[in-house]
Design a protein around this ligand. Sequence first.
Ligand SMILES: *[C@@H]1O[C@H](CO)[C@@H](O)[C@H](O)[C@H]1NC(C)=O
Ligand SMILES: *[C@@H]1O[C@H](CO)[C@@H](O)[C@H](O)[C@H]1NC(C)=O
Ligand SMILES: *[C@@H]1O[C@H](CO)[C@@H](O)[C@H](O)[C@H]1NC(C)=O
Length: 375
Amino acid sequence: MENKQIHLHHLLLHHHFGSSKNTLKSISLFSLVLCLFITTAATKSSAFNLSTLTFEQGYVPLFSDFNIQRSPDDKTVTLLLNRLSGSGIISADYYNYGFFSARIKLPADYTAGIVVAFYTSNVDTFEKNHDELDIEFLGNSNGKPWRFQTNCYGNGSVSRGREERYRFWFDPSKDAHQYSIYWSPKNIIFYVDEIPIREIVRHPAMGGDYPSKPMSLYATIWDASSWATNGGREKVDYKYEPFSSEFRDLVLEGCIVDPLEQISSTNCTDRVARLMAQRFAEISPEGRKSMKWFREKYMYYSYCYDNLRYSVPPPECVIVPSEKERFRDTGRLREKMRFGGSHNRRHNRGRGRSSRRRSRRSGSGKEAVAAAAAM
Ligand SMILES: *[C@@H]1O[C@H](CO)[C@@H](O)[C@H](O)[C@H]1NC(C)=O
Ligand SMILES: *[C@@H]1O[C@H](CO)[C@@H](O)[C@H](O)[C@H]1NC(C)=O
Ligand SMILES: *[C@@H]1O[C@H](CO)[C@@H](O)[C@H](O)[C@H]1NC(C)=O
């Protein structure tokens, strides 16, 4: 694991969705009813059958050990961000397909500029053609809600972002909630509390854009002042340090392999078949209803509806009329969200991404700025 290095995101997404006048306080009876609906939908289908690991069993520190706290039973890891550094952990192994999950509690109160990330990647092994599946939580200034995004890269497809952005139906800093990434040769599903929120079904035309090389699981907290909140206008305020994010109920399931072996000595056929036979591998009819509900109410950006960026939606996009009618051809909402705020109409869009190692941080942002200019 010595050669594991930091993988920093420089995702320059200059959307300005952050400014909301309403806060979570304004969640109406309407949405409470919807919460009940979604909770019922989740409990009706019996829970995923998962076995959790201690930190020692599955993880190693990624960076800034001094900001990684482990509970006495080693089942809870707290990652701190303070003025010295963020911090991160990484799975000790690579998985050739898998299910990755944790219950995460995000920092409360003022969290502008902060990103907490839970993602799979192999950028440390395949620098030029890495794969990645992201859940990234974006902090906000006092009283404004956290938001999050998911993304997918395959074989170095960094110029073809597949972002979706969402709000929550709960306050993710109040309690721990379960976030999961399921990844198989057939499909990818992102879950929040066992509610499927996004599915990517592998389409042949995706080619290498569909992640297919072994990946590790990463969990990090870091200062992303340059882009995370309100297009970078609201920065991390270290007056409120340390910012702490708690991870527990750690689940790593899949076929463990050595990513550098040309012909793997591990035959993953049976292990992957077992993975794909699990409940989380397929979305039930109730799950579909919950997913539709979530996406209609809480998704506020989708690359699939961003016709300015992709005049033809990427092949895996499933255009859902009830979703599409809510979006402009910028992939952004036509109307204000029903609660949780407005979105700023001023565009200063730029997208681009580069993942780089710690040693190559200087000069970061250049490619991203170039990509932004090319939009
Ligand atoms: C849950 O998984 C364990 C092995 O991980 C298995 O022994 C058990 O039978 C499973 N339970 C159910 C209800 O599927
Ligand atoms: C992945 O990228 C490598 C290097 O750029 C290329 O040689 C390979 O053909 C790509 N694989 C797929 C499946 O597109
Ligand atoms: C891997 O295992 C499966 C099922 O056990 C078997 O059918 C297949 O031939 C094996 N593949 C290799 C390359 O050994």
